[in-house]
Write a protein of this length. Structure first.
Length: 184
C-alpha cells in the first residue's frame, strides 16, 4: 500500500506541475483552432476547424477575414468547421482569431504569408507570323536575306490586257445599245 500512496502523490504532483504547461501549450497551439492552409496569402480562402466545442454553431471573428466565418458541426466528433476568405489588402503577419464557443471563448491566430508575385514570362525565341497582310512574309524574307518575290511577269501583263479589252468591248456594246434604243 505504501507504493500506491507514493504513485498517487507523484501523479497529483505531476498534474499540478504539467497542467498549466499543457493549458499554455493548448492556447499557443490555437486553443483547438486550426486554419488550413496554415499560412494563407492575401485574397485566398481558408478553412477553420475548432475542436471540443459544446455548441453546434459558432462564429469566428478576425481582422484577417473579409467577414465573420460561420462554423457549424461537421460530424459526430464535436468539431466545428467553416470557410472564409482572407482580405486581399492585408500585410503579412499574425492576426488574432476569436471564436465564441458556448461559455468559453477560443482564441487562435492566422498567420498570413507574403503576397505571391507572378513569375516573369519567358520571351519568345522567334517572331510569330501574325497579321500585317503580306508584309509579315516580306519582313521575314528581308530578315533572312532572301530574294523578294518577282514582280508581275509576262503572263500577268497579258491577262491584265485581255481583261481590259473585254471591259472596253462591254462598255462599247452598252453605249451602242443605249443609242439604238433612243432613236428607235
Amino acid at each position: 500500500m505504501g507504493s500506491l500512496k507514493v504513485t498517487l502523490c507523484a501523479g497529483a504532483a505531476l498534474t499540478a506541475v504539467l497542467g498549466p504547461i499543457a493549458t499554455a501549450a493548448h492556447a499557443a497551439d490555437g486553443g483547438g483552432v486550426s486554419v488550413s492552409p496554415s499560412t494563407p496569402v492575401p485574397g485566398s480562402d481558408v478553412r477553420l476547424r475548432v475542436s471540443d466545442c459544446t455548441e453546434k454553431t459558432a462564429v469566428a471573428v478576425s481582422a484577417a477575414f473579409v467577414s465573420d466565418v460561420k462554423l457549424s458541426l461537421s460530424g459526430s466528433d464535436g468539431v466545428l468547421a467553416g470557410a472564409g476568405s482572407v482580405r486581399s489588402t492585408l500585410e503579412a503577419g499574425a492576426y488574432a482569431v476569436r471564436i465564441e464557443c458556448g461559455d468559453a471563448a477560443r482564441r487562435g491566430t492566422v498567420t498570413v504569408g507574403e503576397r505571391r508575385r507572378p513569375a516573369a514570362h519567358a520571351s519568345p525565341v522567334a517572331p510569330v507570323d501574325a497579321g500585317g497582310g503580306g508584309t509579315a512574309r516580306l519582313a521575314a524574307a528581308d530578315s533572312r536575306e532572301e530574294a523578294r518575290p518577282e514582280p508581275p511577269g509576262t503572263a500577268h501583263t497579258v491577262t491584265g490586257l485581255v481583261l481590259a479589252g473585254i471591259a472596253a468591248v462591254a462598255v462599247a456594246l452598252r453605249s451602242v445599245r443605249s443609242r439604238s434604243r433612243g432613236t428607235g
